[in-house]
Design a protein around this ligand. Sequence first.
Ligand code: GLU
Length: 450
Amino acid sequence: MAPSPVVRFAPSPTGLIHLGNVRTALLNWCLAKKAGGRFILRFDDTDGERSRDEYAEAIAADLRWLGMIPDETVRQSDRGLMYGAAAAVLKTAGRLYPAYETEEELDRKRRLARASGRPPIYDRAALKLSEEERARLEAEGRRPHWRFLLNHKPVVWDDLVRGNHSIDAASLSDPVLVREDGTPLYTFTSVVDDADLGITHIIRGEDHVTNTAVQIQLFEALGADAPAFAHHNLLIAASGAGLSKREGSLSIASLRGAGIEPQALAAYATLVGSAEAVRPVRDLAELAELVDLARLSRAPSHVDEAELAALNAKVVHGLSYDDVAQRLHGLGIGGGAAFWETVRPNLSRVDEAAEWWRIATGDLEPVAVEGTDADVIIAARHSLPGGVWDDTTWKFWTRAVAEATGLKGRALFHPLRKALTGRDAGPDMSAFLPFIGRERAQVRLGRSET
Ligand code: GLU
C-alpha cells in the first residue's frame, strides 16, 4: 500500500492570501485528506523584513474559515539550525561553493553574455578562484554568497498535472542558496524542510516549475528522495493580470467580507479550470472527491466574480437554519427557521436576510399608488383578514380583493406586494405575510397614498 500522503501549503506571510493561493492550499488538502494523509502549514518567513506575524495569523484564520485545520504548523524562522546543517552537508560534498561577485559584476556578465549571443548563465568563475585570490577578496571585505553546483544533465520528473517534464540543468545558473549575510534562500530552505517533514507531494502553482529541476538535484544532494511534483495552473484576474498578495486583490478576507460563503469559495477556487463544472459542495470531503490533478487545465483560468457570486447564491439557498442560526441571531434577525426558509431563495448572501427582517418588522416608507393599483389597496383595506395570520391568509385575502376589483395576476398581486413590502419582488407572500402581521399590514395599506 502506498504510504499516506504528507503535503504542505507554504505561503510567505507577507500579505493576505487570495483565491489563487487558496487554490494551492485546497488542492493539497483534497489530495491528502481523501487518502487519509497529513496537511502541514509552513510559513516561509525567512525574509524577516517583509514577513509579519499578523499575516501568518490571518492566513491560518482564512484556512480555518475554509475548513482546513493543519495537522502541523511550522515556521522557517524557527529552523535556522537545520539550514546551517544542510549547508554544511552540501559544502562537504563539494556542492556548495562561495562566490564573491557583486550584483553589478553579475549584471555586467549577463549583459556581455547576451551581447555575444550566449545565454546569461553564471559562468562559474568563482569555482576557478585560487586560495590566494579568495583570501584577497575576503581581505577587501567581501563576504561570499553560496551557490549550488548543479549537475549539468537533464532533470526529468513525471508531473502529476503536466505529465512528463524535462529541464536541462546545463541551461540554468548555479542558484544562490545562501546570501552574503548568511540567510538561506527559499529554493534551499524549502527542500530542507520538505525532506525533513517527509513531504510526499509538492503541489504548487506552475510559476514554480522552473525551481523544480534545481530542487530535485538538491533533494538528491541531501540524500533524500524527491517527492512527487504537481504544478497546477494559476488563477488570473478577469483583466488577465496575475493575482497579487500585496494588492489584496481577491483576498480571502475581502471575499468573506463580501458575503461569500466558505463552501462557495472553496468550490470555486478548486473547480474553476478543472474538468468538473463549478458547482456547490457540502464540504471539503465532497470537494476532494471531485479533484483530479491529471485533469486540471494547463492554461491559466480567469476568475469570473459574477460566476463566484452565482455559485455563492446557490450555496446560500442550500444552507439550513442550523447552519446560519447563530449568524442570524448576531444580525438581530428573528423568526426562527420559518423566516430563514421564507427569505432564503431571495438571498445572494446570508446577511441580506437582515434587510428582509427590517422589511417584515420595521417601518417602511409609504408607497404612492394610483389607477387600478389604488382600487386594489382600497379593497385590501376593506377585506383585511381577522384572526391569526398564517400561510393561508394571503390566499383568502387576495381572493377577496380579486372578487371586489375583478383584477387578477400581476395587476392584483403587484400593488399589494409593493404596498406591504416596498419592493417589486421578494419572498413568497403567503409565507412572508405572517411576519408582517395584521397590525403592520393595516398601517402600510392605510398610509399608501391612494
Ligand atoms: N513560499 C513559496 C510560495 O509562496 C512556496 C512555494 C512552494 O510551494 O514550494 O510561492
